[in-house]
Every structure is written in structure tokens, then in C-alpha cells.
Write a protein that binds this ligand. Structure first.
Ligand code: NIG
Ligand code: FE
Length: 402
């Protein structure tokens, strides 16, 4: 058993309601705190001196400086398994072309598909491990990772196996999601519905059999799949036992309604959500995931995070780290900047990248520092937790326990 501390402050994220706005007086802070843990699981969190007295046999892991401890961050939406780059798309966009125009003219997702298909499984795993290590050094200890740049059964399986192989080589928890329904590939002859049906028959049984993913995602958008095409596919996936998550309302509203209707675990993006979509999400158990990194990468508006919270929704924030729309992949920076733009409380922003991001992945064992939870933790070099958002991502953790 290990006793880590004393920390100037431990922000536990305990006791917060699962949905809706969060006032800052709800944030639970333990001054002069310690964490007792064993085999990666927390035994107790509390006053350091009391823990020292109660567990004199615990091995000391002393923190000899001002430090604030937080749960490890959870990035609940990424596409970090990919080959190549899309720096050309970015240059075209900043010069004035739109994301959808670039997609229609053969750049966009299809360009990453060609580059990812050209990479071996081993190359994808190595590239993934680099990105995972960077995220871990910035306090992210659980990462959701989507496939979706393979877009045929063999190539999607290659991506999911690359994620599985990376997972065996890192202490960071990886949560894979099958996004074969990212867009219909240019080399598939047939309708959108025929492609989705093909995935259902030729890919998803193998994903299940190999235990490669327990979640399925789909992009509902004018350049991808319509609501009417998506619904039967999602229902078939649910019948097979997959959880559902949806790329929803990025440019046009429609996906969030499907998410609520099908009982999706989360609806992600939401830049184009209006009052109606906000009300639907708020009344549901679907987590609303804002992706400020995509707004920054595309130079477009943020998801209406403030209005979602005020309406009563559960809000998570994630990077959407991908080669196209969101190449930056800095979760803390993006959450802090979204919080400043949307007027989120410190509690709301921190919950959105810890306990509420855990809810977006249906993980109940993390995102909070409390007995029985995973000892995924990170320490910042300050005595005042407010510095962490104040520096808008420039202050990084100096130590991370994955
Ligand atoms: O979440 N919107 C669709 N998918 C990704 C972008 C993927 C890409 O452009 O490669 C997203 O933004
Ligand atoms: Fe995405």
C-alpha cells in the first residue's frame, strides 16, 4: 500500500450531480490531502496526517512541493489512429475553402483513408503510442480511439487491432470505437444503406468475436449518412450488444435527435445544435460532448455548452484529435478556452474532462478520486487549483499516475 502526499489541495470531483449546471461551491477540495492506494486502486482519500496515523505501514510516496492533485483526464472522443497528415487541407481551409468542399473534392476524410490504408498495422501502433505518450504527459490517462480511416472490413480490423496492440503496451486505458460508418468510401459501389448493411454483415461480427470494440459510432451529416440511413444500422448494432455514439449536428442539426431517439451514450460535436436539439439532449440520458478542438481547427463556432448545461444536459469536453479537423489534441487548453468563451464554471469545465467524460464512455471506475476508484491521477505545480484553468493549458502536470 502506498500513501502519496501531502498535496496542497486534492480536487476529488466527488458528489457532483450527473447533469446540469455546476456552481463552483460544489467543487470538493481537500487541503493538505493524501491518497492511499494499492494495485492501481484507491483505498482512501483524505487528510494526509490522519492517513499517515491510520496507516503507519503504508509506503511513503512523498510530495515535497506545492501541488494540486486531480483525477487523470479522460479524452472521450479521438481519432488518433491514422497514417499521414492533412496539412494540405488545413492550408486550403485557412485560405478560404470549406471543410465540406474539401471533402467533396477528394481531400478530407478520404485522404486520411488512403494514407491509413497504406500504413501497416505495426506502423499505426507505433504512431499511436507516440500520440498516447504525449497525451499521458499532459495528464490524459483514459483515451477513446475510433477507427474510421479504413472503411472496409480488412482495413477497419487493421485499425482496431493496431489500437488493441497499443493498449497492451501502455498504462493508459484505451477505449476503442468502431467508426466504419465515418463516410461511404469512394471504392464502395452501392448506396449508403448498402454500405451500412455490408458493415453489419461483414465487419461487426468479427469486431465482436475478436473483442476489438464495444462501441459503434456514425457520422450523421450531408457528406456522410442521413438520419434515415443511420437508424436501422444503429438499431442493428444495439441488437448485437454495441453501445452507440454519434457524430451529431456538426454542420447541420439532425444527429442529436437520432442519438436521443436511439438511446445513444453520447452525441458529439453539436456546433449546429439549436434550441430544439438542446432541449432534446437535456431531457435525455445522452451525454452532450463538445469538441472545441474541431471548432478551432475549422475556425467555426463552438458547441452551445452554456445553454446545454443550463437546460440540464450532461456536458463532456473532448479533443476530437484527428488529422483533419482537429490536429492539435490538447485537452486542457481546449477545455479552458471553451470555458472562457462559453462562460463555464471551473467545476463545469473540470467535470467535463473527468467525471462527465467517464459517463460518456460508461466508465464508472474513474474520473473521481475516491475509495474504490482507479488511481489515475495527475499533480500540477501550484498550491491553488484555479491556476490550472487560469493558465489555459500552459501549466502542465508535473507528475501523472496512469
Ligand atoms: O470528428 N466529423 C467527422 N469526423 C471527424 C473528422 C475526421 C476528419 O476530418 O478526418 C471529426 O471532426
Ligand atoms: Fe470526431
Amino acid at each position: 500500500m502506498k500513501l502519496t502526499g501531502p498535496f496542497s489541495q486534492i480536487i476529488t470531483m466527488q458528489g457532483l450531480p450527473p447533469k446540469g449546471a455546476l456552481a463552483d461551491d460544489l467543487l470538493h477540495c481537500i487541503p493538505n490531502g493524501g491518497v492511499l492506494w494499492e494495485n492501481g486502486v484507491i483505498v482512501s482519500v483524505g487528510d494526509f496526517n490522519e492517513l499517515r496515523r491510520s496507516y503507519p505501514q503504508a509506503e511513503a510516496d512523498e510530495i515535497n512541493r506545492a501541488a494540486v492533485l486531480l483525477p487523470g483526464f479522460i479524452d472521450c472522443h479521438t481519432h488518433i489512429c491514422f497514417g499521414g497528415t492533412r496539412n494540405n487541407d488545413y492550408a486550403l481551409r485557412v485560405a478560404g475553402s470549406s471543410y465540406l468542399d474539401i471533402a467533396r473534392s477528394g481531400g478530407g476524410i478520404w485522404s486520411s483513408v488512403m494514407q491509413t490504408r497504406a500504413a501497416s498495422r505495426e506502423e499505426l501502433t507505433e504512431a499511436l503510442l507516440h500520440r498516447i505518450a504525449r497525451h499521458a504527459s499532459e495528464g490524459v490517462t483514459t483515451i477513446e480511439i475510433k477507427s474510421g480511416y479504413g472503411l472496409n472490413p480488412d482495413q477497419e480490423l487493421k485499425m482496431l487491432r493496431a489500437i488493441q496492440a497499443a493498449g497492451a503496451r501502455t498504462p493508459v486505458t484505451l477505449v476503442p470505437t468502431c467508426l466504419a460508418a465515418h463516410t461511404k468510401p469512394r471504392d464502395f459501389e452501392g448506396s449508403n444503406s448498402a454500405y451500412l448493411h455490408y458493415l453489419q454483415e461483414a465487419l461487426l461480427p468479427a469486431v465482436k468475436l475478436e473483442g476489438l470494440a464495444r462501441r459503434v459510432d456514425i457520422f450523421i451529416e450531408e457528406t456522410a449518412f442521413s438520419a434515415a440511413e443511420a437508424i436501422p444500422y444503429l438499431q442493428a448494432c444495439q441488437k448485437m450488444g454495441f453501445d452507440i455514439t454519434i457524430h451529431a449536428d456538426q454542420f447541420t442539426a439532425s444527429g442529436s435527435e437520432v442519438a436521443v431517439q436511439t438511446g445513444a451514450v453520447s452525441a458529439d460535436h453539436l456546433e449546429a445544435s439549436g434550441d430544439r436539439e438542446i432541449q432534446l439532449l437535456a431531457a435525455s440520458s445522452t451525454v452532450a460532448v463538445a469538441l472545441p478542438g474541431a471548432s478551432m481547427g475549422l475556425g467555426m463556432q463552438y458547441a452551445p455548452a452554456r445553454r446545454l448545461l443550463d437546460a440540464g444536459a450532461c456536458l463532456a469536453i473532448s479533443t476530437d484529435w484527428n488529422p483533419g479537423s482537429a490536429p492539435m489534441g490538447d485537452l486542457l487548453l481546449q477545455a479552458a478556452v471553451l470555458g472562457a468563451a462559453e462562460k463555464l464554471t471551473t467545476t463545469e469545465t473540470l467535470a467535463a474532462i473527468t467525471v462527465r467524460a467517464a459517463a460518456a464512455l460508461r466508465l464508472e471506475d474513474r474520473g473521481v478520486l475516491a475509495a474504490g476508484m482507479r488511481a489515475q491521477m495527475q499533480a500540477y505545480p501550484t498550491a491553488d487549483y484555479r491556476d490550472i484553468l487560469y493558465y489555459q493549458g500552459k501549466m502542465k502536470p508535473y507528475r501523472v499516475w496512469a
